[in-house]
Design a protein around this ligand. Structure first.
Ligand code: AMP
Length: 142
């Protein structure tokens, strides 16, 4: 019978950085809104010029930032930068982190950012790929 292990690292499950939609902290909210809308994701990583992980930006953070007391202040989209609005608390792991750590973090986060020892962004691990691995494990090992 096929054996599926949960002890392997997370490298094989990771979506590499080259395939991840990202924005830079100095980008305008308008640009971030465009990337979020075109990619179809509700939240994406924010990096600096050196590709270091800085935060996450989401549709709801942008909408909250441009919502005035009585109306949406559209001009803020071009005036404000991503770094003013992004969430700096990011769930992250190293590439050599354990599958179980990924599973634990994914309880509260739809995706985890993977960084190297210099905090350089390498890719993401989605809750979907973690669940698929657990599903395979239970299917073939029980
Ligand atoms: P999924 O499990 O594919 O639904 O992805 C969960 C979340 O991970 C999405 O809502 C995004 O926030 C993020 N995500 C997944 N794939 C990508 C990608 N290629 N680029 C940027 N963010 C992604």
């Amino acid at each position: 019978m096929k054996q599926v292990s949960l002890d392997n690292g997370i490298e094989k499950l990771m979506i590499p950085g080259s395939k991840v939609a990202i924005v830079q902290e100095g980008n305008s909210l308008e640009h971030a809104l465009l990337v979020l809308t075109k990619s179809g994701y509700s939240a994406i990583p924010v990096l600096d010029r050196e590709y270091k992980l800085k935060g996450l930006i989401s549709m709801s953070l942008i909408l909250d930032a441009i919502l005035g007391i009585e109306k949406i202040e559209y001009e803020k989209l071009s005036e404000m930068k991503v770094e003013e609005v992004m969430n700096r608390k990011v769930a992250w792991m190293r590439e050599n982190g354990s599958f179980f750590r990924g599973l634990e973090l994914s309880i509260n986060h739809p995706f985890l950012c993977i960084v190297d020892e210099n905090n350089t962004f390498i890719g993401i691990l989605t809750r979907k790929s973690i669940l698929a691995q657990v599903h395979n494990y239970l299917k073939f090992n029980t």
